[in-house]
Design a protein around this ligand. Sequence first.
Ligand code: ALA
Length: 421
Amino acid sequence: MDALSLNEKNVFDVASIKQQFPILQQQCRGKPLIYLDSGATAQKPESVIEAIRHYYQYDNANVHRGVYQLSERATQAYEQVREQVRAFINAEDQHEIIFTRGTTEAINLVAHSFGALQIKADDEIVLSYMEHHSNIVPWQMLCEKVGCKIKIIPLHEEGTLDLNEYAKLLTPRTKLVSIIHVSNVLGTVNPIEQMIALAHQHNIPVLIDGAQAVPRMPIDVKKLDCDFYAFSGHKLYGPTSVGVLYGKRKWLEAMPPYQGGGDMISRVSFNKTEYNVLPYKFEAGTPNIAAVIGLGAAIQYLESIGMDAIQKHEIELTHYAQQKLSQIPGLKIYGHAKDKMGVISFTLDDIHAHDVGTILDNEGIAIRAGHHCAMPLMEYYKVAAMARASLGIYNQKSDIDALVRGLLKVKEIFGRYTHRE
Ligand code: ALA
C-alpha cells in the first residue's frame, strides 16, 4: 500500500483510512457503523485480509519442515515477519521475537518459564492495581504452584500509579515487576521507562503488557530497556490468535521451554531430548502461519501511515472525546491522567453499562460494556461495570459527536434528561 500523504502537521486523512477497512463500510441496525471498540479488537484493513487470502491461495504449507517450493515460500514469509516485528519495536535481534497466540499466552509463557527459572517460595512479584486479568491470573497460578506472593502498586483516584509506594515495594524478595503500559480501562499511559529504570537499580527484571500501547505509539524496547514486552496482533489491526513476546536474549536463553512438541526440539530420543535454539525453543507445534503473515501486513500498513502520526491522532481524539463526554450531565469518566490515550471508560447516571451499550447499538455505535477484564479496578472504583469507548486510526471527531448524541438518547429513554435537537 502506498504511504498515505501526511501534511506538514503530521496528520493523516482519517476518511481515506476508513475507506481501507471494508467492514466499516456497512450499516448496523440500519445506521452507518461507528466502531468504538478497538481496545477489544481492531478492524482489519484490506491489505491484511488480502495477505491472508494470498497465503492460503498460493503459499499454504507448513514452515521449517518442507523441502519443496511452497514450504520454502511459507517459511520465508513467516520468518520475514519476525524481522519486521524486530524492526517495528527496535529489538536487538530476531531471536528475541517469539510468536505466541497473543498477549495472554506471552505472559503465561513468562510466568511458566521465567517462573521456573527464577521464582521460589516467598519471592515477590510486583503488579499494579490497573492490570488486566491476563497479567494477574498467570501470576496467581504461579503463586499457587511455588508459594510466591503478589504485591500491588496502589492507584491515585485520577487513575495513575502511586510511584512512591511502587519504590517501597521493590525489595530483595522482588523477582519481577509486571505492569501494563497503557491501561485498557483508564487509558493511563504509565511512566514505564522511569519504572523500569527504578526496578533495574535493584536488579529486578520488568515485563510490560503492551497490548493497548503497541497500536497507539512507537515502541522502542531498547530505549525502554524492558526485559519482556508482550502484545497482540488483533489489536494491532492484524489477525486474532497471533501475538509477540519480546524477551532479552539473556533471559530467553536461560529459560526452559514453555511447551513441548514439534519445532522446539533439535533431537528427540526416549532417553533424552535436546531443545532447539531461540526463538524456536518457545514455538512448539505448527504456528498460526497465516496470522503471522497477516500481522506482517498490519505492521507494513501502520508503518506506511507512521506510528508518530498515529500517536498524535489518538491523543488528539482522546482529548476531544474526554472533553465532549465530560459535558454530558451525569456522565462520570474514570481515568484523568495527564498522559492518557485511546480509551475512555465511563458510567452514565445509575444506568447499567449494558443498557448504555444496547441502546447505542441501536444507533449503529459499537462500544464495550462490562468489567473489561479488570475486576480489581471495578472494585477500586466501586462499580459493577463501565461503558468504554476505545479509539482506532479510523475514528474521527464525528464518531465522538455521534456517541454524544447516542448517550443523550440513552438518558432520554431512561427519563434522566430531556434531549431536544
Ligand atoms: N483486553 C481486551 C479489552 O480490553 C479484550 O477489551
